[in-house]
Design a protein around this ligand. Structure first.
Ligand code: ATP
Ligand code: MG
Length: 572
């Protein structure tokens, strides 16, 4: 199942393996040849602390930290905290935890754009002195109205030709809090006729009288992303500023600001953001799911957030392998969520210990097995890893089996238990169904069987084949547990693509969570701790949830055993 991993067509056939090179590697290698950065490679991951990280960010993290590792360079973690209205320390903390969990280290290079506020202010003053920035008294609406369209030039602001002295004075007074929110901005003086709308005298600073989670009330003017980002990169000596495709049209402004100021000038490189089927990736939409209670929180195992995937049972290794597999591309694409599932299945198959658990129990009594007798069978911990050894599992006269594994009137291809049929109980005996017990409503409550005493391990019929093998748990030894099964969070592949007037939440899958109580766990699962991962035989991979108590283990199904990705790829 690990062989022949299909290349994802959407990556232009580019492989992300360290040896091979994608278009970003090509740019870096060219710079290293030409000596543009003296052979240095220094990247950064620049999240805005306005939400939890998701799988798209994981791609960016793996890319930035991965490049630094490959070229013997460095990668900074920098919070792009220039918008105090939406930001919060809760996010600052979770982001650091998630990057660390993914397996990356920024060492002592943890930075905040807000730490540069004083320097950024000085850079703005320098632009004013050069005659390259001016204080504008137009409102946001007036600025928007005067911007023009891509085919029609904008109109110059009546404040555009203020003297340097007046601009310096007004900008200082903006900083001192003399003006209300939105009454003035600092704008770059570039070209209102530029075909690139971002070059039409973009706003560099705005007035916002809001407390910042780090600088408190020190500032009431805040730099815009385009101004803060390039200069933060420059201050940190970044060489390659890797960002998503939507910033391609911002690149001329990135370059303009650094060139006008004559400071260290990193190369901005854009790649296609990760989109994934059956989920949403916008922080605004994820925040809505949390705030309005459609999920239990940012770490709900159905969320595409890193903490959600962690709680679901994903391993950092599987997410990094996924990021490598999808590679980097120059065109926006949607990656099938089945590929992510494939990655975790492949990882857990190698290392998750196997256990027997019955999710929907049905009682099975072996009539010819002595009352009170208990045998111990030895079950393989991991057939993929002989060094994992075996564990003892109790076997007795009364067992739990899956309801699904019995049918009173089975179709011809049913290979499990039915009246008169024989199956093998995994690691134990062959049993044949002799009778069914029903309750007053006619529902089956118990299966009666006989067993072949010679069919167990070491017996003379040990190798006799049955039509099927089913798992079981000894009723007298079982531990009760809760198991949560998950399905796609949305019913449609692209919920973010809702037409006008359709709210994306209307695409939520009402059956995305199924909670099973009274599941029967083999006795070795008593005392599990949150984060432990197992394969429940025939049922999938499961991870112990933090809701677990000593009295009640709670599991999340990470992913089923069936590989839908292989199927999809096979068809392609
Ligand atoms: P916002 O809409 O709030 O700006 P964002 O998703 O761009 O959201 P940031 O915190 O600005 O969030 O992102 C940090 C870094 O992660 C940026 O470099 C951004 O380009 C990258 N990133 C964000 N989303 C994705 C994605 N889906 N795929 C790849 N990289 C992403
Ligand atoms: Mg962003």
């Amino acid at each position: 199942m690990t062989a022949d991993i299909p290349q994802v067509g959407q990556t232009n056939g580019e492989s992300a393996s360290p040896a091979a090179s994608n278009f970003i590697d090509e740019v870096i290698q060219e710079h290293n040849r030409s000596g543009r950065f003296g052979g240095r490679v220094h990247t950064r991951f620049p999240p805005e602390p306005n939400g939890y990280l998701h799988i798209g960010h994981a791609k960016s993290i793996c890319l930035n930290f991965g490049i630094a590792e490959r070229y013997g360079g460095l990668c900074n973690l920098r919070f792009d905290d220039t918008n105090p209205v939406t930001e919060d320390v809760e996010y600052v903390d979770s982001i650091q935890e998630d990057v660390r969990w993914l397996g990356f280290s920024w060492d002592d290079r943890l930075y905040f754009a807000s730490d540069y506020f004083e320097r950024l202010y000085e850079y703005a003053v320098a632009l004013i002195r050069k005659g390259k920035a001016y204080v504008c008294d137009l409102t946001a609406e007036q600025i928007a109205a005067a911007r023009g369209t891509p085919t029609r030039p904008g109109r110059e602001s009546p404040y555009r030709n203020r003297s340097v002295e007046e601009n310096l004075d007004l900008f200082a007074r903006m900083r001192n809090g003399e003006f209300p929110d939105g009454s003035r901005t600092l704008r770059a003086k570039i070209d209102m006729a530029s075909p690139n709308m971002h070059m039409r005298d973009p706003v560099l600073y705005r007035i916002v009288h809001v407390r910042h989670h780090r600088t408190g009330d020190a500032w009431c003017i805040y730099p815009m992303y385009d101004f803060a980002h390039c200069l933060s990169d420059s201050i940190e000596g970044i060489t390659h500023s890797i960002c998503t495709l939507e910033f391609e049209v911002h690149r001329p402004l990135y370059d303009w600001i650094l060139d006008e100021l004559g400071v260290h000038h990193p190369q901005q490189i854009e790649f296609a953001r990760l989109n994934m089927s059956y989920t949403v990736m916008s922080k605004r939409k994820l925040l809505r799911l949390v705030r309005e209670g459609y999920v239990r929180g940012w770490d709900d195992p159905r969320m595409p957030t890193i903490c959600g995937l962690r709680r679901r049972g994903y391993t950092p290794e599987s997410i990094r392998a996924f990021a490598e597999r999808i590679g980097v591309a120059k065109r926006d694409t949607v990656i099938d969520v089945a590929l992510l599932e494939y990655s975790v299945r492949e990882d857990l198959n190698k290392r998750a210990p196997r256990r027997m658990v019955v999710l929907r129990p049905l009682k099975l009594v072996i009539e010819n097995y002595p009352e009170g007798r208990v045998e111990t069978v030895h079950a393989l911990n991991n057939p993929e890893d002989p060094s994992a050894g075996t564990r003892p599992v109790e076997f007795s006269r009364t067992l739990w089996i899956e309801r699904d594994d019995f049918m009173e009137n089975p179709p011809r291809k049913f290979h499990r238990l039915s009246p008169g049929s024989e199956v093998r109980l995994r690691y134990a005996y062959l049993v044949s169904c002799t009778d069914i017990v029903k309750d007053a409503k006619g529902d089956i409550v118990e299966i009666r069987c006989t067993y072949d005493p010679e069919s167990g391990p070491g017996g003379k019929n040990a190798d006799r084949r049955a039509r099927g093998t089913i798992h079981w748990v000894s009723a007298g030894h079982a531990v009760d547990g809760e198991v949560r099964l998950y399905d796609r969070l949305f019913n449609v592949p692209d919920p973010a693509d809702a037409p006008e007037g359709v709210d994306f939440v209307s695409y939520l899958n009402p059956d995305s969570l199924e909670t099973l109580i009274g599941c029967k766990l083999e006795s070795s699962l008593a005392g599990v701790v949150p984060g432990e991962r197992f394969q429940f035989e025939r049922l999938g991979y499961f991870c112990v949830d933090p809701d677990t108590t000593p009295a009640l283990p709670v599991f999340n199904r990470t992913v089923g055993l069936k590989d839908t990705w292989g199927k999809i790829a096979g068809k392609a």
